[in-house]
Design a protein around this ligand. Structure first.
Ligand SMILES: [Zn+2]
Ligand SMILES: [Zn+2]
Length: 334
C-alpha cells in the first residue's frame, strides 16, 4: 500500500494529480490542466486539455483568444479521470466561474480551494463547505491583522464621496476580472441606478459577465462621455490607470481603489489613493480559520500567501498542517 495522499503531489509549478497525470492551475503547459478560475496566475494558456467551469473557460477564451482543448464541467458535476481519479468542481465564491476542485482516489478525498472567500457576492455562487481528508487552502490574507469590513460599509463610503463632490468624479481602481463587476453589482444592490462609466480595459469582461447572466445595469464608456458629463459620476478603471495620463481627462477625480490590500495604509499611499475601499475577493483571517474548522480536514496544506501564521494557528489548535512552496501565484486579483 502506498502512503496516504501520495497520489497528490505539490510541485513548485502546480499540484500534480499523479494517477491522472493532471495538474491543478499549472504554471507551465500541461497535457491536462484542471483550472480553478480565470485569474491569470491560475488560468494559463497552452495546455492540451483544460477542464474548468463553462464561465472560467469563457473568461480564458476572452483573454487568450482560443479555447482549444476546452472541457467544460458544471458545479457539482463529477468527471472521471484516468487512473481512477474523480474530480468534482464546487463553488469557491471568489469570482464568476471560480471552483474548488474535489479529487477522490482510493477512498481519499482532497480539496484544492483555488482562491476563495466566504462573503456573499452577487456575481457568483457562494463557497460550499465540503468535508475532505486533505484541504489545500489559499492564505493570501493569512495574518490575524487582516479582517475585511462588510462590503456594505465600503460601498456606502463610495456613495458618500460621490454625493459630497458634485463637481468631481469618483474614480475607482479595480481589477478587470471579478473586482470591477462585484463593485458594480454591489452599487446596484445599494440602489445606485445611474450610469457607471468604464475605462475601455474593463468593457469586455463586464460584457462577458452580462452575457453569462450577471446584470450590471447601465454601463457606458468614458470615451463616449459628452463634455462635462462625468462630474458627480462614478468611473471605474483598472488599477494601472488610476494615476496615468488617461485619468487627466476626468473632472478632478477623487481617487479610490477597491482591494483587500487597502487595509494596509502604505499600499494606499503608494497608489495615491484618497479613498481606500477594503473590498477583497479572498478569505480574510477569520474566514480562513473558520473554514478550516468547518471543513475539519485530517490535514491542511497551506499555500498562496501567509502560510506561516496559518500553519502556526493550525498547530495551536491541534490540527495537522504543512506549508506548500508553490511559485508563480501573484495577487492579480486581490
Ligand atoms: Zn490567486
Ligand atoms: Zn484569483
Amino acid at each position: 500500500m502506498s502512503a496516504p495522499f501520495s497520489w497528490i503531489r505539490p510541485e513548485p509549478h502546480g499540484i500534480h494529480v499523479v494517477p491522472a497525470n493532471a495538474w491543478i492551475d499549472p504554471a507551465r503547459p500541461a497535457d491536462l490542466a484542471l483550472v480553478t478560475h480565470g485569474h491569470a496566475d491560475h488560468a494559463r494558456s497552452g495546455h492540451d486539455r483544460t477542464v474548468a467551469t463553462p464561465e472560467t473557460l469563457a473568461i480564458m477564451k476572452l483573454r487568450y483568444l482560443t479555447d482549444t482543448g476546452a472541457a467544460p464541467v458544471g458545479y457539482g458535476e463529477t468527471l472521471r479521470l484516468t487512473g481512477g481519479v474523480d474530480a468534482t468542481y464546487l463553488p469557491a465564491g471568489h469570482v464568476l466561474g471560480s471552483a474548488q476542485i474535489l479529487l477522490e482516489h482510493a477512498g481519499e478525498r482532497v480539496i484544492v480551494t483555488g482562491d476563495y472567500k466566504r462573503r456573499a457576492d452577487p456575481t457568483c455562487p457562494a463557497f460550499q463547505v465540503t468535508p475532505c481528508d486533505v484541504f489545500i487552502t489559499e492564505a493570501t490574507f493569512g495574518l490575524p491583522v487582516f479582517t475585511h469590513p462588510p462590503i456594505g460599509e465600503e460601498i456606502a463610503k463610495l456613495l458618500k464621496a460621490r454625493a459630497a463632490n458634485p463637481e468631481r468624479c469618483v474614480l475607482v481602481g479595480a481589477y478587470a476580472l471579478g473586482k470591477a463587476q462585484r463593485v458594480i453589482a454591489e452599487l446596484r444592490l445599494a440602489g445606485y441606478a445611474e450610469p457607471i462609466w468604464l475605462h475601455g480595459a474593463l468593457e469586455r469582461m463586464c460584457r462577458l459577465y452580462e452575457e453569462l447572466g450577471v446584470d450590471l445595469g447601465d454601463l457606458r464608456l468614458v470615451g463616449d462621455a459628452p463634455r462635462g458629463a462625468l462630474a458627480g459620476q462614478i468611473v471605474m478603471c483598472p488599477p494601472s490607470a488610476l494615476n496615468d495620463r488617461w485619468s487627466r481627462r476626468l473632472p478632478d477625480p477623487v481617487t479610490a481603489m477597491a482591494s483587500g490590500w487597502m487595509c494596509v495604509r502604505q499600499r494606499a499611499r503608494q497608489r495615491n489613493v484618497e479613498l481606500p475601499l477594503v473590498i477583497s475577493d479572498h478569505a480574510d483571517w477569520n474566514e480562513l480559520t473558520r473554514t478550516i474548522e468547518e471543513v475539519n480536514p485530517f490535514e491542511s496544506w497551506i499555500t498562496h500567501g501567509g502560510e506561516e501564521a496559518l500553519l502556526r494557528w493550525c498547530q495551536l489548535h491541534q490540527r495537522k498542517a504543512r506549508a506548500l512552496a508553490l511559485v508563480g501565484y501573484d495577487d492579480e486579483d486581490d
